[in-house]
Design a protein around this ligand. Structure first.
Ligand SMILES: [Ca+2]
Length: 81
């Protein structure tokens, strides 16, 4: 979800002559919650001086990096009467 998992981003990618790759940056918002992986879509919406060729959308998966919480007894031995 934009705002809580990543920051919505837009901008212009410029390819100088001879350059065939560039980087699109989308800030990811980290948290400490164990959760499912989440996805967002990145799209190229227009082009000047080149033709948009499919694929011009890409799905990006934010992989959760928080471990499963641990569950345990506070002791390995108990007594009852
Ligand atoms: Ca998380």
């Amino acid at each position: 979800m934009a705002g809580s998992n990543y920051l919505s981003s837009s901008g212009t990618l410029t390819f100088t002559p001879g350059v065939t790759q560039t980087t699109l940056s989308v800030p990811i918002v980290s948290d400490s919650l164990r959760e499912l992986n989440e996805k967002f879509e990145a799209s190229l919406v227009s082009s000047e001086g080149a033709t948009l060729v499919a694929p011009f959308t890409a799905s990006v998966t934010i992989q959760d990096d928080d471990p499963l919480p641990g569950v345990s007894f506070s002791s390995s031995q108990y007594s009852v009467f």
